[in-house]
Structures are given as C-alpha cells and as structure tokens.
Design a protein around this ligand. Structure first.
Ligand code: SF4
Ligand code: SF4
Ligand code: SF4
Length: 282
C-alpha cells in the first residue's frame, strides 16, 4: 500500500523562518478558524506556547547575529509515518491522503500514549477540562479558507508560511537554498528527518532544538542515527509497541488486584455473617 504522506496529492506546509516577522497572525487565524477559547496560563502550559487551546505558536530563538532573534512556528509536523498513530491503542489517529494526521476524539480513551510517543512533543491534553481530550494542529478541511488554504497560511502577511503539494514545496525549498546559499542552512527540516514530515522548514539558524528534531550528529551520538532519515515506528517499533503491551499488562494487573480485593471483601462479609448467625444461635 502506498504511504498516504508520499502520495502525489499529499499536501504540506513550508515555513521559511527567514521571512517570519513574528506577528502571530497565523496563531490568531488558527484560533479563530478552530473556535478555540482564549488561552489561559495554567501550570500545565508548556514553554513553546502550545496547549489544548492553541494548535500553533511562535517561539523566539537567537538569530544569526548577536542581539537578533528569529521567530519559529510550532505545530504538529504531520509526520509521514506518525509515532502518535503507531502508539494509539484504539486507532484515534489517521494519516490522510491529503497529508494531514487527524485525531478522532470520539475514539480516544484518554490514555495519552500518543503524547509519550510523539518525538516532537506536540499533542497536548486539556488538563483544565472535566472531560479532556488530546489536541493538536489538524491541517485538514476544517482549517481551509479561500482557495483551500489553511487559515494560518492565508493570514501570513509575508509568505513565510506556504501550503501546497509536498513534492512541490520540497523543490521550492531546494530552489531557495540553491539560489541564495549564504542565506540558508543547507538543510530542509522535515524532508527526511524522522522519516519525513508534512511540515517543512527552511532557516538560517539551526532549528534542531526548537523543533525537537535532534541533528544527525546528535542522533549518531545517541546511537540512533537511523532517525535522521527513518521514522520512529520504522526504527523503534518495538519501543512504540511497548506502550500497548504495558497498557495490557497494567490493565491485567489492575483487573487481577480488583478481583482479589473483591474476593477478600466477599470472604470477610461471609465470615461476618457466619459469626452473626453463631451469635444468634447461642
Ligand atoms: S508531530 Fe507528533 S503528533 Fe504530529 S503527526 Fe508526528 S508524531 Fe503525530
Ligand atoms: S493547519 Fe489548521 S490547525 Fe494547523 S495551525 Fe493552521 S489553521 Fe491551525
Ligand atoms: S503570520 Fe507569518 S510572519 Fe506572522 S508569525 Fe505567522 S508565519 Fe510569521
């Protein structure tokens, strides 16, 4: 079967960090499009600004020259072979032919293994709600406005973030690097990293830390060099599958404990009843 993320019509987002002015219009447009409530500071709020109420954010990092900074969009990377999907026990995630990794809250049982499995630490949980779900960028038809573009892309005043077929965006990114080699790092983030993603980045400063996408050098040092080009499910399938196994083991353990406690309670009740009977007879 063809991998949906690699099909010809699969779409992607390319963000050119050198063009981003940090205005956060993409963030505001996403919130409006998805009817997200106002984001409130909670003790669970992460430093990257993503939360159950914010699917994309802008993170400031040091620029190439001292005293300057760059603004970098954070959002789900819409991996070609998503670890969240591989870890989910109930199939709540789907990689669509359109390139998006979508989440179905009707199927979700709240185990949060997707959050543990995601190498980019993207999915967030609605900790502040009585009935919480996992939340992340959707990049599906819910986001589309004029011309079928995601609202975040349409809102960008500088063209820093663009949307289109993944193959075409990869060519465009390569063209920009080749045309102005001094302007960019010679790396298209997400082209191959972790098996490839449908959210791509170009930059003049390293993005490994902010995207949580360790460099090939670091991956080699950690003895997982394969992740420079291959996905977590492909390379660490055993690890990812540990989570369902652990779930079943814990469930079985809790089930066994419950059964033992129930038996002990019933035995105690029977003993008390027998003692009461003996008392009445004497
Ligand atoms: S970035 Fe994380 S949440 Fe998004 S598709 Fe990849 S594994 Fe799933
Ligand atoms: S693709 Fe959709 S959900 Fe993702 S940041 Fe853009 S508008 Fe928000
Ligand atoms: S709207 Fe465009 S320029 Fe403004 S923060 Fe978002 S990506 Fe950067």
């Amino acid at each position: 079967m063809t991998d949906p993320g690699r099909q010809e019509k699969a779409k992607a987002i390319l963000t050119d960090v050198t063009l981003c002015i940090g205005c956060e219009r993409c963030v505001q447009a996403c919130s409006r499009q998805n009817n997200l409530p106002r984001d409130i500071p909670t003790r669970y709020k992460a430093k990257d600004g993503l939360s159950g109420r914010r699917y994309t954010s802008i993170v400031r990092i040091a620029g190439a020259k001292p005293g300057t900074f760059r603004s970098v969009r954070r959002q789900c990377m819409h991996c070609l072979e998503p670890a969240c999907l591989a870890a989910c026990l109930v199939g709540a995630f789907t990689k669509t032919a359109d390139g998006a990794v979508v989440y179905d809250d009707k199927k979700c049982i709240g185990c949060r293994y997707c959050m543990l499995a995601c190498p980019f630490m993207i999915p967030r949980y609605e900790y502040d709600l009585a009935l919480p779900y996992v939340r992340k960028c959707k990049m599906n038809e819910d986001c589309r406005v004029e011309g079928g573009m995601p609202a975040c892309v349409t809102a960008c005043p500088t063209g820093a973030t663009i949307f289109g077929p993944r193959e075409a965006l990869l060519k465009e990114a390569r063209r920009r690097i080749d045309e102005k080699p001094g302007r960019y790092q010679d790396h298209i983030y997400g082209a191959q990293d972790f098996g490839g993603t449908s959210v791509l980045y170009l930059s003049d400063v390293p993005l490994h830390d902010v995207l949580r996408m360790p460099s090939a050098k670091k991956l080699a040092k950690w003895r997982v060099p394969q992740l420079a080009t291959e996905s977590v499910p492909a390379q660490l399938g055993g690890w990812v599958l540990v989570t369902p196994v652990q779930f079943l083991a814990v469930s079985a353990g809790l089930g066994g404990l419950w059964a033992v406690r129930r038996r002990m309670k019933r035995a105690a009740e029977r003993a008390a009843a027998a003692a009461e009977d003996r008392g009445e007879q004497s």
